[in-house]
Design a protein around this ligand. Structure first.
Ligand code: NBX
Length: 822
């Protein structure tokens, strides 16, 4: 690391003015020689690209030093396989981590450019759906910040998650196009390109060996992006694969005048990396999705095996030098693909290949929703990946044999990698579980539920395998960058070093009663709310007062996340305010944002209802000062960065037992919002840390939900026992909020009346009461700020650095360079 630390020292010793001058000339060089633009003719996007290219040069210095160091020392490396990386924008975070925010801002200003303004035109890289993808992005940054050598492997989708528009209250999807003007952060690596086979036939060539002759071959080409960690000490690499055809044009077809046929192979190949599937927590099921999964898994494994072999000359020590983490089951085929490479290409026998595979791979589960568990028809896998299907059968036979020998009464049917009941399907979770040395859940509750429910039988067979690593978020993006006001206050109170060691925010807790601190906090929050209010006015045409309580629910729209509970309670509140206008209701704005999968009819109907309720409420002068409802379109990482620091109340109201962890909950709490939530996922751990007095908990527990589902109470009975609910449901079902189409929500409400699967009705009263406790807390503003301080002060533990530290120590067995422990 010597040359690197020298460089850093050199940077530190630059006089600020020199540094600004240097950056100015770097930007101008990029503008002139990389973009071919004269400053006088440069547009905002030219300045942005020039700024990114100048910043990227600094990132490259760090990156090359990191890579060199990890090669020179032969350290173990982490390979994080994820079909999703929800990156968002990169410029502001990279500058901040490099310590260049201030000099770059000045350099741009002296060139006549407003940096924060041009930062907002950087495309928001949305190569992910939600929590799982954002977690992967946080972990790439946290590994860079804590000195864990790592490569993230994924797909370079031409089109990320769709853009959401709201038209007449309804979600419409528009294609996303982040690559349309090139991506200045990435490097194409022609030399890192691999052949990915599909279909064809297999022929035995040795005791465990087979020759697979694919019918179709596609190229995977690597695109690398550096991810710089805090203070530019280290960097990880995001390596995304793009699909290219072997033969981009068939001249035969072309010469015959068949222009479509001439590019057919190319279109079929390139379709693989064309678009992200917009499903969150539900499998897509199409063949193209399986092709995507195999494509990126195979490219990544070929790459890491090739690099390992080049570096160490043998694969015997793969597990000592490589830890492969599977981000959910999308890369489960890694188990079979690694076996194939070891058996067929490197001629290991089965036992040795299995030992290496199992010692190298580990798997994270992100959801227990039964409909989310991926399975693929055996017939499809057999046709697309004949060799892998053989290997999966081989693994299964040996595994079931071993279990049978050890425990003759084991439930083999549920352990099997093959589900024999639904037309024979490969269970990707069982494949990942059996192929891994460690399997983890993402919160304490979730990991326990894994043992009791979906993985109960596998857990009995491998009682040591399941462990927990509660999720974490990077405090650089979600606190330092998103909330500079709060960061400044924390640095004054806890010392500058809080940016290096987030654990120091603990000291903030001692100032919970300090009036001056409370006033500062209130002023910071007000500024953040003003910024958000501007966007609300622009995007929703609604004027909101920054003095009222900002009550926020932002996340994918899903029945289990219960946006429906929130909006029904909002209607009850609206009715109550109208009937008792002079009671001391806490004036609020209800902020919603989130996308629904394009084929998820119920979720889309919920979005429609929120917008319809907003239209009625926002136009009612009797509730004008008390209640507003807004739905911000096109929720993404950048919008989250704007909304979270402006939130007073964080809605984390999933049906208990269904939200594996949540990570938004952590971002809000660290920024000082109060959580109203169920005892679900990481809410429980947030409650344990901030204390029961500093969180508002309601609703059935996971155990009670379990019982309630086994003995459901008829909805009619629940409705009868719940004040106000009947009126709310009747109004919605009868078209009070959709006068132009009276039966628009008839089905939605009928669904609840028939089967309250997500316990929206059951938890309604408890939620309503919890909201009245929020009203009372808000009325006592000193108490509110006390709670807010406690939340910030006790949430450092949710730093991704802590989570990565746990993975490094307990799962990957890699020494973290400077893992910060909160
Ligand atoms: O992963 C999310 C969970 O819902 C969150 O509770 C959790 O905080 C987050 C990070 O651990 N899961 C998610 O985003 N997606 C999936 O779980 C998923 C599973 C299968 C599938 C698609 C998405 N086919």
């Amino acid at each position: 690391m010597n040359d690197l630390s020298d460089k850093r020292t050199a940077a530190v010793h630059f006089e600020p003015d020199d540094q600004v001058d240097r950056l100015k000339s770097e930007i101008l060089r990029k503008l002139t020689y990389s973009l071919g633009k004269a400053p006088a003719a440069a547009q905002a996007h030219d300045w942005l690209t020039a700024g990114i290219l100048a910043t990227r040069d600094h990132a490259i210095d760090v990156w090359q030093a990191s890579t060199k160091e990890s090669y020179a020392t032969g350290r173990k490396r982490v390979y994080y396989l994820s079909l999703e990386f929800l990156i968002g924008r990169s410029l502001a975070d990279t500058l901040n981590n490099l310590g260049l925010t201030e000099p770059m801002t000045r350099a741009m200003r002296e060139l006549g450019v407003d940096l924060p303004e041009i930062e907002t035109i950087e495309p928001d890289a949305a190569l992910g759906n939600g929590g799982l993808g954002r977690l992967a992005a946080c972990y790439m940054e946290a590994m860079a910040s804590t000195g864990v050598p790592a490569l993230g492997y994924g797909i370079r989708y031409d089109h990320g998650l769709f853009k959401q528009g709201i038209e007449n209250g309804r979600q419409i999807e528009r294609p996303e196009d982040w690559l349309s003007f090139r991506n200045p952060w990435e490097f194409e690596r022609r030399e890192a390109s691999y052949r990915i086979g599909f279909g064809g036939s297999v022929a035995a060539s040795g005791p465990d060996q087979v020759v697979w002759t694919p019918e179709e071959t596609v190229f995977a080409v690597a695109y690398d992006t550096p991810v710089v960690g805090w203070r530019g000490r280290d960097s990880t690499t995001l390596r995304l694969w793009r699909a290219r055809a072997m033969h981009p044009l068939s001249l035969d077809a072309f010469n015959k005048g068949d222009l479509v046929g001439a590019v057919a192979e190319r279109n079929r190949a390139e379709a693989i990396s064309k678009v992200l599937y917009p499903n969150d927590s539900t499998p897509a099921g199409q063949e193209l999705r399986l092709r995507q999964e195999f494509f990126f898994t195979s490219a990544s494994l070929q790459d890491l095996v090739h690099r390992h072999h080049r570096q160490f000359g043998s694969l015997d020590n793969l597990a000592e030098k490589a830890a492969i983490q599977l981000n959910d089951t999308h890369p489960s085929l890694a188990v079979a693909e690694l076996m194939r490479l070891l058996l067929d290409e490197h001629k290991f026998n089965w036992e040795k290949a299995w030992e290496i595979t199992n010692a190298t791979i580990s798997y994270t589960n992100h959801t227990l929703l039964p409909e989310a568990l991926e399975t693929w028809p055996v017939a499809l896998v057999e046709r697309l990946l004949p060799r892998h299907m053989q290997i999966i059968f081989g693994i299964n036979a040996r595994f079931l044999d071993a279990v049978r020998r050890r425990s003759p009464d084991a439930d083999l049917a549920s352990l099997s990698l093959i589900d024999e009941h639904h037309g024979r399907r490969v269970r990707m979770a069982n494949l990942a579980f059996v192929g891994s040395h460690t399997v983890n859940g993402v919160s304490a509750l979730h990991s326990n539920l894994m043992k009791e429910t979906v993985f109960a039988q596998l857990h009995r067979a491998f009682p040591e395998r399941i462990t927990n690593v509660t999720n974490g978020i990077t405090p650089r993006r979600w606190l330092l960058n998103a909330n500079p006001g709060l960061t400044r206050l924390l640095q004054e109170v806890c010392g500058e070093a809080v940016a290096d060691d987030i654990g120091l925010v603990r000291q903030f807790g001692a100032h919970a009663d300090d009036r001056a601190v409370q006033e500062r906090l209130a002023a910071i929050r007000r500024d953040n709310k003003l910024r958000l209010a501007k966007v609300i006015q622009q995007d929703c045409g609604v004027v909101v007062d920054p003095e009222v309580l900002f009550d926020v629910q932002i996340k994918r729209v899903h029945e289990y996340k219960r946006q429906l509970l929130n909006i029904l309670e909002t209607i009850a509140l609206y009715n109550a305010i109208r009937s008792e206008p002079y009671r001391d209701w806490a004036p609020r704005v209800k902020v919603f944002a989130g996308k629904a999968a394009s084929n998820y009819t119920t979720a889309k109907s919920i979005i429609n209802l929120i917008n319809d309720v907003a239209a009625v409420v926002n136009n009612d002068i009797t509730t004008r000062d008390r209640l507003k409802v807004v739905f911000l379109p096109n929720y993404n990482v950048s919008l989250a960065e704007l909304i979270i620091p402006a939130a007073d109340l964080s809605e984390q109201i999933s049906t208990a037992g269904m939200e594996a962890s949540g990570t938004g909950n952590m971002k809000f709490a660290l920024n000082g919002a109060i959580t109203i939530g169920t005892l679900d996922g990481a809410n429980i751990e947030i409650g344990e840390r901030v204390g029961a007095d500093n969180i508002v908990i309601f609703g059935l527990t996971a155990d009670e939900v379990e019982i309630a589902k086994r003995n459901p109470r008829p909805s009619a009975e629940v409705i009868r026992a719940t004040p106000h609910l009947e009126g709310v449901l009747d109004a919605v079902a009868g078209g009070a909020y959709s006068p132009g189409e009276r039966d628009r929500y008839a089905q939605l409400v009928e669904g609840l009346r028939l089967n309250d699967w997500f316990l929206v009705l059951r938890d309604f009263e408890s939620y309503h009461q919890a909201q009245r406790r929020v009203d009372a807390l808000w009325a006592d503003r000193a108490r509110w700020w006390q709670m807010s301080v406690a939340n910030t002060a006790h949430c450092a533990w949710f730093s991704a650095d802590r989570a990565i530290g746990e993975y490094a120590e307990r799962i990957w067995h890699v020494p973290a360079g400077q893992a910060a422990r909160a």
